[in-house]
Design a protein around this ligand. Structure first.
Ligand SMILES: NC(=O)c1ccc[n+]([C@@H]2O[C@H](COP(=O)([O-])OP(=O)(O)OC[C@H]3O[C@@H](n4cnc5c(N)ncnc54)[C@H](O)[C@@H]3O)[C@@H](O)[C@H]2O)c1
Length: 321
């Protein structure tokens, strides 16, 4: 297949490009490189700016800004890039008759879910413009299906983490914004203070519980979603949403313990207050993706931290030489 990948030079996109390339697909990456890295896809895909001259079988749409905190302070940036950008892309897909779209959505569409594990049917009450931008884009995709026959899937990722097991590419965000890389950078003597926010949540050890999903398992979810869409009739368009998470939660303290175990080092940290809007517990009901897509996560927390640790310890400056 020939697949267009927007945002394909970013963290999750570049891992998906790697898997598509290894499967033998032809990949074209569209990325403005605001956060992505050309090195993450070098030799696997060409970077282009236009649809002209390419007939795509499908598109995977990662391109977005994704810092929820920043989106609260600057919603215009998020609605413009994530929602208007998606509308432009969807219009172009329809114009060039690209019938299959897989979109990076997020568990942030649920806000503070009432039921854990959270299923796709949970009410959608995003608590940030970022989460809202994902939910709005999902709604737009569904309407494009009804009006123009677009076949699309929204994959609602839980906490993306880990690096490619062959250590070729990894999580490049600098400064690190996610719990595991922040802990690892601190263990490597690269980060500043490590603050554990919130130790009084109603959980067994008082810290937040999240569902950490390996980036290669996410990549695999996209490939399965493309295959699923290929099999669907385009008569009326298609829209489906799936949770991609392991279905298990780990507390912040469990994550810290595992980083210490994997690295063989002690993590020095301070405790701080809860972060506003952080739910105490969040993990996925992933039965729909297992049943309908035949998707099954392969990696657990140990492999996530092992691959992340290997990537960060061998790439202290990321892709920079
Ligand atoms: N990382 C997570 O835990 C997580 C969880 C849920 C959903 N997501 C979603 O997954 C997607 C990928 O996230 P990531 O963690 O790989 O982030 P990332 O920032 O590494 O990747 C996003 C990529 O999109 C590019 N981009 C942004 N706006 C663009 C535009 N207008 N045109 C072209 N390129 C553009 C950036 O340069 C970057 O390479 C995002 O849509 C994000 O919202 C991520």
């Amino acid at each position: 297949m020939k697949i267009l990948v927007t945002g394909g030079a970013g963290y999750i996109g570049s891992h998906t490009v790697k898997m598509l390339h290894e499967r033998g697909d032809e990949v074209v990456v569209f990325d403005n490189l605001v956060y992505g890295h050309e090195e993450a896809v070098a030799g696997r895909a060409k970077l282009v700016e236009v649809f002209k001259g390419n007939k795509f079988d499908g598109c995977i749409h990662f391109a977005a800004y994704c810092a929820a905190g920043e989106s609260v302070a600057n919603p215009a940036k998020y609605f413009e890039n994530n929602v208007s950008g998606s509308v432009n892309l969807l219009k172009t897909l329809v114009k060039y008759k690209v019938e299959r779209l897989v979109f990076s959505s997020s568990c942030s569409v649920y806000g503070q879910p009432k039921t854990i594990p959270v299923s796709e049917k949970e009410s959608k009450k995003p608590e940030s413009p970022y989460g809202e931008s994902k939910w709005m884009t999902e709604r737009i995709m569904e309407w494009f299906g009804k009006a123009y026959g677009l076949k699309s899937i929204a994959l609602r990722y839980f906490n993306a983490s880990g690096a490619s097991p062959d250590n070729e590419i990894g999580d490049e965000a600098k400064p690190a914004t996610r719990l595991i890389p922040i802990a690892i950078e601190k263990l490597l003597g690269q980060g500043g203070k490590f603050i554990l926010n919130g130790t009084d949540y109603p959980t067994p050890d008082g810290t937040c519980i999240r569902d950490y999903i390996h980036v290669m398992d996410l990549a695999d979810g996209h490939l399965k979603a493309l295959v699923y869409l290929e099999k669907q009739s385009k008569e009326k368009g298609v829209f489906e949403a799936f949770n991609l998470g392991t279905g298990k939660g780990n507390s912040n303290k469990e994550v810290i313990k595992m980083t210490e175990r994997v690295s063989g080092k002690k993590l020095e940290y301070q405790t701080g207050p809860r972060r506003p809007g952080d739910p105490a517990k969040l993990w996925a009901d992933n039965r729909k993706a297992r049943k309908v897509l035949g998707w099954k996560p392969k990696y657990g927390l140990k492999e996530i931290i092992e691959t992340d640790w290997r990537w960060h310890s061998t790439h202290p400056k990321g892709y920079a030489k």
